[in-house]
Design a protein around this ligand. Structure first.
Ligand code: FES
Length: 175
């Protein structure tokens, strides 16, 4: 009996490359190359797994036991920071500055009171909230951010977090 067409469970008609990924009927003893090489399959993995409902391991709680402890990690290809805040909570947010997308955290692990992006010094607290923007009101009444700029609208992208038996897991979506 042929194996089910695994990829075709989620077909996207307009995606010709994905539609071409047919599981061979006799593939009980090997895995087709396209499983590893197809960009369409990779994109689908990102969408369904790493950007979907799946919880992704990011750190051990024991690696960040104290306030301010942090560790860099990844959810799929996306760099994230795992940090313990003052209230003891574990927080996960993208390691991409809300200003121009720079990877603001350059150390694999450490302890910090805040995160300051090396490019233009936007600073974030241990929960990924934007704290400070240099020259927010400009210099000599020139430049600066728009009048309606609110720090709370420009924090880092935060992920959902769950800890189980000392392991920390993260994902974007709740549904
Ligand atoms: S890119 Fe981070 S402050 Fe500009």
């Amino acid at each position: 009996m042929p194996l089910p067409a695994l990829i075709n469970r989620t077909p996207r008609a307009k995606d010709a490359e994905l539609a071409a990924c047919q599981w061979p009927e006799d593939a009980l003893h090997f895995i087709p190359d396209w499983v590893y090489t197809s960009n369409a399959v990779y994109d689908l993995e990102l969408e369904k797994i790493f950007r979907g409902r799946t919880w992704n391991f990011v750190a051990l709680e024991a690696e960040i036991p104290n306030t301010g402890d942090f560790k860099r990690s990844y959810v799929g290809p996306t760099p994230v920071v795992v940090a313990r805040a003052e209230d003891g909570s574990v927080n996960v947010f993208e390691n991409r500055c809300a200003h121009r997308g720079a990877e603001f955290c350059r150390h694999g692990q450490g302890n910090a009171k805040e995160f300051v992006c090396p490019y233009h010094q936007w600073s974030y607290d241990l929960k990924g909230n934007l704290q400070g923007v240099p020259f927010k009101r400009g210099v000599n009444r020139a430049g600066g951010m728009p009048k309606d700029f609110r720090n709370e609208d420009h924090g880092l992208v935060k992920l959902n977090v769950a800890t189980r038996n000392g392991a920390t897991w993260s994902r974007w979506t709740c549904t």
